[in-house]
Design a protein around this ligand. Structure first.
Ligand SMILES: Cc1cc2nc3c(=O)[nH]c(=O)nc-3n(C[C@H](O)[C@H](O)[C@H](O)COP(=O)(O)OP(=O)(O)OC[C@H]3O[C@@H](n4cnc5c(N)ncnc54)[C@H](O)[C@@H]3O)c2cc1C
Length: 238
C-alpha cells in the first residue's frame, strides 16, 4: 500500500494458519499475492545479517530444505511476545503464563494488581484461565483494575475481542479462535463476508466475524450459552 516490494515468509502453510480454517488461510496466501506481496509459506528464517545498510535474510523451505538468501531494506518481525514477569517473580507473586490474578484482578498480594497482556485471569464464559495480548483487553482490564484498586470489588468477566485488517478485509474475533477446533463456516460471500463458529465439547468457544460488524456482543452472549450446540444448528445464528 506504500509502494514497496514486500516478501512475507512464515513457517506455516498459510497466513493465519493457527487461527483460520485451512481454506481461508490458503485464500489469504492468494489474496496477498494479488496485492503484489510475495508470499513464502513453509519458510523459516535461519539467518539475518546486516551489510552496507541492507539486510540479508536466509530462508529455508521446510519441504525441500532448499535455502535462499534475499536482500531487503527493512525487516518487520512478527514473532510474538513473552510476558515480562521478572518483577512479579522477585516479589514472590505466583506466575504461570503471566501473573496470576483473581476475579478482581488482585495478585496473591492484596495491594498488587495486574492487568493487560501480562495478566493471567479466569473467564467464566470459557471456564478457563486465559492471557490475552490485545487492545480491548488491555484497555478494559486496566480501567477495571484501577476501579478495584480505588476500593470497588467488581469481578472482571469481560470476554475480550480482537481485530485486524487485511487490505480491504477486516475481522473481529471473540473467545478462543483455534484452527484445530471443530468449526462451522457460514459464508454470506465466500472468503469476503461471513461468520466462523469454533466449537469444543458442544459449546461455542470462539467466533470470527469476517467483514461482519456490530456482532461482538451477540457473539459474547452465544459463547456464554451452555448449549449443547451442533455445528449445523449455528448456521445464520449471528
Ligand atoms: C506490532 C503490534 C501490533 C498489534 N496489533 C494489535 C491489533 O491489531 N489489535 C489488537 O487488539 N492488539 C494489537 N496489539 C496488542 C496491543 O498493543 C497490546 O495488547 C496492548 O498494548 C497491551 O497493553 P498493556 O498495557 O498490557 O502492555 P504494554 O503496552 O506492553 O505496556 C506494558 C508497559 O510496562 C512496562 N514495563 C515492563 N516491565 C516494567 C517494570 N519492571 N517496571 C516498569 N515498567 C515496566 C513496559 O515498558 C511497557 O511500557 C499489537 C501489538 C503489537 C506489538
Amino acid at each position: 500500500m506504500n509502494g514497496k516490494d514486500v516478501v512475507m515468509a512464515f513457517p506455516e502453510e498459510g497466513i493465519g494458519a493457527r487461527v483460520f480454517p485451512r481454506d481461508l488461510s490458503q485464500f489469504l496466501n492468494r489474496y496477498y499475492g494479488e496485492k503484489d506481496v510475495e508470499v513464502l509459506p513453509g519458510h523459516t528464517l535461519t539467518d539475518l545479517q546486516r551489510r552496507d545498510g541492507l539486510f540479508l535474510l536466509n530462508l529455508r523451505d521446510a519441504k525441500t530444505s532448499a535455502e535462499r538468501t534475499i536482500e531487503v531494506d527493512g525487516v518487520v518481525a512478527g514473532i510474538g511476545i513473552a510476558p515480562e514477569t521478572g518483577l512479579a517473580e522477585d516479589a514472590g507473586l505466583p506466575v504461570e503464563n503471566g501473573i496470576i490474578v483473581d476475579e478482581c484482578l488482585r495478585t496473591s498480594h492484596p495491594d498488587i494488581y495486574a492487568a493487560g497482556d501480562v495478566a493471567n485471569f479466569y473467564n467464566p464464559a470459557l471456564a478457563a484461565h486465559i492471557r490475552v495480548e490485545h487492545e480491548d483487553n488491555a484497555l478494559t482490564m486496566g480501567k477495571h483494575a484501577g476501579r478495584n484498586m480505588a476500593g470497588e470489588s467488581i469481578p472482571y468477566h469481560h470476554l475480550p475481542y480482537f481485530y485486524s485488517d487485511l487490505f480491504e478485509l477486516g475481522y473481529e474475533a471473540v473467545g478462543q479462535i483455534d484452527s484445530q477446533s471443530e468449526s462451522l463456516v457460514d459464508w454470506t460471500d465466500p472468503y469476503r463476508k461471513g461468520v466462523i463458529y469454533y466449537l469444543r465439547d458442544g459449546r461455542v468457544r470462539g467466533v470470527l466475524l469476517w467483514n461482519v460488524w456490530e456482532r461482538v456482543q451477540a457473539a459474547r452472549e452465544l459463547i456464554a450459552e451452555p448449549g449443547p450446540f451442533a455445528p449445523e444448528g449455528l448456521e445464520g445464528r449471528l
